[in-house]
Design a protein around this ligand. Structure first.
Ligand SMILES: [Zn+2]
Ligand SMILES: [Zn+2]
Length: 71
């Protein structure tokens, strides 16, 4: 049992255990200051290029405001 691995958005060669993702991201972000990614407010696993953020928020499946207005 190795746990679920997710790909690091800052360096695709990093495979990170989901449970360690927030810790890894905090460190890795400092190591990649040129990578312009921002966290999705609806899901901390989503890291999106700044210029695509509005697009992502409009389509994010974890956007509860979007889900609430879906009725
Ligand atoms: Zn990383
Ligand atoms: Zn999202």
């Amino acid at each position: 049992m190795t746990g679920e691995l997710v790909q690091c958005p800052f360096n695709p060669s990093h495979a990170v255990k989901r449970i360690r993702f927030p810790i890894h991201i905090t460190k890795c972000r400092q190591n990649h200051p040129h990578v312009d990614l921002v966290p999705c407010p609806y899901n901390a696993m989503h890291w999106i290029p700044q210029r695509q953020l509005a697009d992502h928020l409009a389509n994010c499946r974890d956007n509860f405001e979007l889900a609430a207005s879906d009725s």
